[in-house]
Design a binder for this molecule. Sequence first.
Ligand SMILES: Nc1ncnc2c1ncn2[C@@H]1O[C@H](COP(=O)(O)OP(=O)(O)OP(=O)(O)O)[C@@H](O)[C@H]1O
Ligand SMILES: [Mg+2]
Length: 213
Amino acid sequence: MKGEGRGRFITIEGGEGVGKTTNIETLKQRLQHHGIKHGITREPGGTELGEAIRDLLLRTDTTPLNSMAELLLMFAARAQHLATVIEPQLAAGTWVVCDRFTDATYAYQGGGRELGAGAVAQLEQLVQGELRPDLTIILDIDPEQGLARARQRGELDRFEQEHVEFFARVRATYQARAQEEPERCRIVDAGRPLAEVQADVAALIDGFIGSAK
Ligand SMILES: Nc1ncnc2c1ncn2[C@@H]1O[C@H](COP(=O)(O)OP(=O)(O)OP(=O)(O)O)[C@@H](O)[C@H]1O
Ligand SMILES: [Mg+2]
């Protein structure tokens, strides 16, 4: 049961270069417009430990990372993030917007790395207990189109260097999760011009804010 005074937890998800970080700005503007106190954070990362783990996960100059080790590192970063940033803010009534969260773990480690949803679900239960996002915006795009955007931005990280089949599995997992939880997970077609994507994101968050009041 969600207490009235508790903040809402909003996550933004999707493949490489789809526009998550760009659209966080829209979420921020709408929350400001409605006078809602909020914090913005990201995963993996969001804490000193989490950012160090992020560096280990994304760098390309180390020995290949075992998939299970990768999964556990994601949740190690998440445990720290939840305990020191996300939970205290939500408890204080501050809304939290997070750039990727556990849906990304289902998509990348469960789907992309083929560890399966069961392994992710076990850790989700262990690390998060009952905590789940209240709203998740999934930006959907053809992986090639997203990667082209990421490439324009500069050097590719360890995930961005994966094969097309990997990204097809990531995308399919996100889509399946949206089908399983249509109330929480809202898909936005991110292959369109930015202004159109932003308009959809703004409408979704405005609708959510309206229903949360
Ligand atoms: N709808 C759009 N049309 C064209 N370009 C876009 C669109 N949305 C974002 N971009 C551009 O694509 C690039 C990637 O966007 P952004 O960094 O927001 O993606 P991301 O999902 O956060 O990527 P990553 O998965 O690497 O964190 C940026 O240069 C951004 O300006
Ligand atoms: Mg980003």
